[in-house]
Design a protein around this ligand. Structure first.
Ligand code: ADP
Length: 655
C-alpha cells in the first residue's frame, strides 16, 4: 500500500515560495531533541507526529516517546518496520509504513500545541559518486545530509500535519475518527488560535538546541581526534615502509626502522636486533634513544634462558607489559629479567617478533623508562606488529638481493673462466694441433725427407701432443676437484718418500742438464703426515715443476720441511729464479693465471697448476701461499699439511 508521493513535495505545492534548506544529520538530531524536550517540559497537550526512516532510528528514541505518549492523546509515530515495529495503539499510535514508501527517505517531526506550532520536514539527499570515498563513508552517519524545512510557522506545520495524518489514515483506516478529532483540535481552527501564537518564550528551546548541538560537536571532535590519531599512525607506518624499502642493505634497514619507530612512538628506548630461534644470545646493534636514557648498544643479551623470548617463540606473537613491577612472569624469573629491567631501567615493555613466513628474523623492543608505567594500547601494538612485518619483508628482500649479487659474481667468474678457456684453448690446443698437423702431413707427403728431419718432425709432433694432453688433463683434474667429485683416501705417509717420488717424475720428464740444482733439507725425525698420497705427490710435483720452469740451470731449488707445532708441518719449495711481483702473490693461484697472459707464454704450462694445488691443500685443511721479494728475487711456495695421529684417522673415517 506504499505511497510514492513525497510529503515534502506535496507540502511545497501549498507553499511554492518556500526554499528548502540543507541540514546535516547531527543538526536534525539536535533540533528533534530540542522539539521533543519542549513537549516534555510543557504542560499543555499537543499533536505530535514523528516519522522515522527506519525502525532502528525509532528504537533509539522509543524511551522518549513513551514519556511523550503519556502527555498527550494525539501522538503518532511512524517507522519502516524491520523486526518488531507494528501498527499498535498502546501508549501512542504506531504506524508501520511499507519500506518502499516515500516516507522511508524522509524525516518528520511536527508538534502543534495551542500555544505554538513547530515542524521539521526533511528528506535525505543522496551522496554523489565522487563523495562516496572510504573517508566520506567513515564520516557518513554524522554527515548524512537532508534538505527540508524547519519552522515555527503554524500554517506550514498544520499543512504538514494534515498531509501526514492522511497518510496515517491510509495505513490505519480504523483511526479515521481519532485523526478527524486531531485535525479538528489542532489544525482546523488555527485562525482562532493565531492571537496566542508565539507567546511562548523561545529561550528554553534555544538553550536545549545549543546543548544538543554542543553534544553533536563534541562527538565530531572525538571522531576527528580518533581519525587524526589513526592517520598519524598510518603515516608512521607508511614512512617506515617507504624508508626501509628504499634500501637493500639490512643494516641500514634496521637503523632506519629503529629511528622512525622510536621517534614515531616517542618512547624512551627502541631496539631492533637480529636473532633466530636457537640462538643463545642476541647482539644489540640497533638502538634509538631519547634524552637521558642509557644506551645498551653493543651489549649481548641472553635468549635461550630468557622466559619472555621463549614465550614469544611459542606464541609467535608480541608481549606487552604495562608495569614490570607487577608482571607475574618477571616475578617468577627474578634473575635474567630483573637484571635486564634494572640495567635498562624498563618500566613498560613491548616486545614484538620480526617474522617472515613464520621464521624468526629478529625482535623489536619498545621501552618506557619513566617512573609512571604506561598502558600499551591494542592499536599501538597492532601498529608495531605491522611495522615488524614490513621490516621482515624488507630484510628478506635485501638478503635475496645479496644472494643474487653473490650469484652474479659467481656467474661473472664462470664467464671469465669460460673466456680464459676459449683463449687458452685457442692458443694451447690450436697451436700444437697445427704443428702436429704440419709435421704429420710433411711425413706423409714427402717420402724423400731425410731421416734426420723425419726424426725432428716426429719429436716435435710428440712434444706438442704431450702439451695438449697436459692441458686437457689439468683442466679435467681441476674440474673434478672443484665439483667435489674426488674420492679422498687419506693415510699416514712419509713426506720424504713423497718428495722423492715427485722428484723422480720431474727428472724423468726434464732434461737433466737444464735442471737447476735441487737440495732437500729434511730432519730425520719428521713425523708421518696424514694425506692422500697421490694428491700430495701431485702438489709437490707441480710446485717443483714450476720452480724448475722459472729458474735457469745455474739456479738452485731448496725443499725444506719445518714442524709448525705437534699437528702441522710446513713444506717450503724455494728457488732463486724469476720471482714474482708482490702484488701478484695471491693472483698466481687463480685459474689460468700466467704472468705473461695466456697468449704470450714462454715457459709452457697451462696456468692451472697452482689452482689445482690450492684445491688439494684446502681439502686436507691446509694453507698454501707464495712469497717473493719481486722480479728476479726468487720465490718461495709454502703449504701446510696435518701430522698423522690416531684422532685424524677416526675423523677421516667419519668423513
Ligand atoms: P703454469 O702452468 O703457467 O705454471 P701455474 O698455475 O702453475 O701455471 O702457475 C701460474 C703462474 O704463476 C705461472 O705462469 C707463473 O707466472 C707464476 N709462477 C708459478 N710458480 C713460480 C715460480 N716458482 N717462480 C716464478 N713464478 C711462478
Amino acid at each position: 500500500m506504499s505511497n510514492q508521493n513525497s510529503i515534502i513535495t506535496e507540502l511545497l505545492q501549498f507553499f511554492p515560495d518556500r526554499r528548502l534548506q540543507m541540514y546535516f544529520k547531527s543538526s536534525l538530531t539536535a533540533l528533534s531533541h530540542a522539539m521533543e524536550d519542549q513537549v516534555l517540559a510543557g504542560n499543555e497537550e499537543a499533536l505530535i507526529i514523528a516519522s522515522f526512516q527506519k525502525e532502528k532510528f525509532y528504537r533509539q528514541e522509543a524511551h522518549r516517546y513513551l514519556r511523550i505518549g503519556k502527555k498527550s492523546r494525539h501522538v503518532y509515530v511512524l517507522a519502516a518496520p524491520e523486526t518488531e515495529f507494528k501498527h499498535n495503539s498502546d501508549v501512542y499510535e504506531k504506524i508501520a509504513f511499507a519500506p518502499d514508501d516515500s516516507l522511508a527517505m524522509e524525516w518528520h517531526l511536527i508538534v502543534i500545541s495551542p500555544n505554538y506550532a513547530n515542524c521539521l520536514i526533511c528528506r535525505e539527499k543522496p551522496y554523489s559518486n565522487s563523495e562516496n570515498s572510504s573517508e566520506s563513508l567513515m564520516m557518513m552517519d554524522n554527515s548524512r545530509r537532508f534538505e527540508g524545512i524547519w519552522t515555527y510557522d503554524r500554517d506550514i506545520s498544520v499543512k504538514a500535519a494534515e498531509l501526514l495524518l492522511y497518510r496515517i489514515a491510509e495505513y490505519r483506516p480504523e483511526l479515521q475518527a481519532k485523526i478527524q478529532d486531531a485535525i479538528a483540535s489542532y489544525c482546523a481552527d488555527f485562525c482562532a488560535l493565531e492571537e496566542t501564537n508565539n507567546i511562548i518564550n523561545p529561550d528554553p528551546f534555544v538553550q536545549r538546541l545549543v546543548t544538543y548541538l554542543q553534544a553533536g560537536q563534541y562527538k565530531l571532535i572525538k571522531a576527528n581526534r580518533f581519525l587524526s590519531a589513526k592517520e598519524k599512525k598510518e603515516r608512521l607506518l607508511n614512512s617506515v615502509t617507504g624508508a626501509i624499502r628504499r634500501s637493500l642493505d639490512p643494516e641500514e634497514i634496521l637503523q632506519v626502522a629503529v629511528d622512525k619507530l622510536g621517534e614515531g612512538f616517542g618512547v624512551c628506548r627502541c631496539l631492533i636486533y637480529r636473532c633466530q630461534e636457537n640462538d643463545l644470545n642476541a647482539h644489540i646493534n640497533h638502538e634509538f634513544l631519547n634524552e637521558n636514557i642509557n644506551s645498551v648498544k653493543g651489549q649481548v643479551w641472553p635468549l635461550r634462558n630468557n622466559p619472555l623470548f621463549q614465550e614469544i617463540l611459542s606464541l609467535r606473537e608480541s608481549i606487552s607489559i604495562d608495569d614490570v613491577t607487577i608482571d607475574p612472569r618477571i616475578q617468577k624469573d627474578p634473575t635474567i629479567l630483573s637484571k635486564l629491567i634494572k640495567s635498562c631501567c624498563i618500566v613498560s615493555w613491548l616486545i614484538v617478533p620480526i617474522l617472515y613466513q613464520g621464521k624468526l628474523l629478529g625482535m623489536m623492543e619498545l621501552h618506557h623508562c619513566d617512573s609512571n608505567p604506561i598502558t600499551w594500547k591494542p592499536e599501538d601494538i597492532a601498529l608495531v606488529d605491522a611495522i615488524a612485518t614490513q621490516v621482515g619483508v624488507a630484510l628478506i628482500q635485501a638478503e635475496s638481493y645479496a644472494h643474487l649479487e653473490d650469484l652474479n659474481e659467481q656467474l661473472e667468474a664462470l664467464d671469465r673462466t669460460r673466456s680464459n678457456l676459449v683463449a687458452i684453448t685457442g692458443h694451447e690446443l690450436r697451436t700444437p694441433l697445427s704443428t702436429i698437423q704440419v709435421c704429420l702431413e710433411s711425413l706423409a707427403n714427402e717420402p724423400d725427407m731425410s731421416e734426420e728431419l723425419r726424426q725432428v718432425m716426429l719429436t716435435t709432433a710428440l712434444h706438442d701432443a704431450e702439451r695438449m694432453r697436459k692441458l686437457v688433463q689439468d683442466f679435467l683434474t681441476l674440474s673434478q676437484l672443484e665439483s667435489g667429485r674426488v674420492e679422498w683416501n687419506p693415510e699416514p705417509l712419509s713426506l720424504e718418500e713423497c718428495i722423492e717420488l715427485s722428484l723422480c717424475q720431474i727428472r724423468s720428464r726434464k732434461d737433466k742438464n737444464s735442471l737447476p740444482k735441487i737440495r732437500i733439507n729434511l730432519s730425520q725425525t719428521l713425523p708421518l703426515v696424514q694425506a692422500d698420497g697421490e694428491w700430495l705427490v701431485e702438489v709437490l710435483s707441480k710446485l717443483l715443476d714450476n720452480a724448475c720452469k722459472f729458474t735457469n740451470g745455474n739456479g738452485e731449488i731448496v725443499i725444506n720441511v719445518e714442524e709448525k707445532n705437534n699437528n702441522i708441518l710446513k713444506v717450503t719449495i724455494s728457488d732463486n729464479g724469476r720471482g714474482i711481483e708482490p702484488d701478484r702473490l695471491d693472483k698466481v693461484f687463480d685459474r689460468f693465471y700466467q704472468e705473461e697472459g695466456a697468449l704470450r707464454r714462454s715457459a709452457g704450462g697451462t696456468g692451472l697448476g697452482l689452482a689445482i694445488c690450492r684445491q688439494i691443500v684446502h681439502n686436507w685443511g691446509g694453507k698454501i701461499w707464495a712469497e717473493s721479494q719481486g722480479k728476479n728475487q726468487g720465490s718461495e711456495f709454502h703449504f701446510t699439511i696435518p701430522v698423522f695421529n690416531n684422532d685424524s684417522i677416526s675423523s677421516s673415517k667419519n668423513n
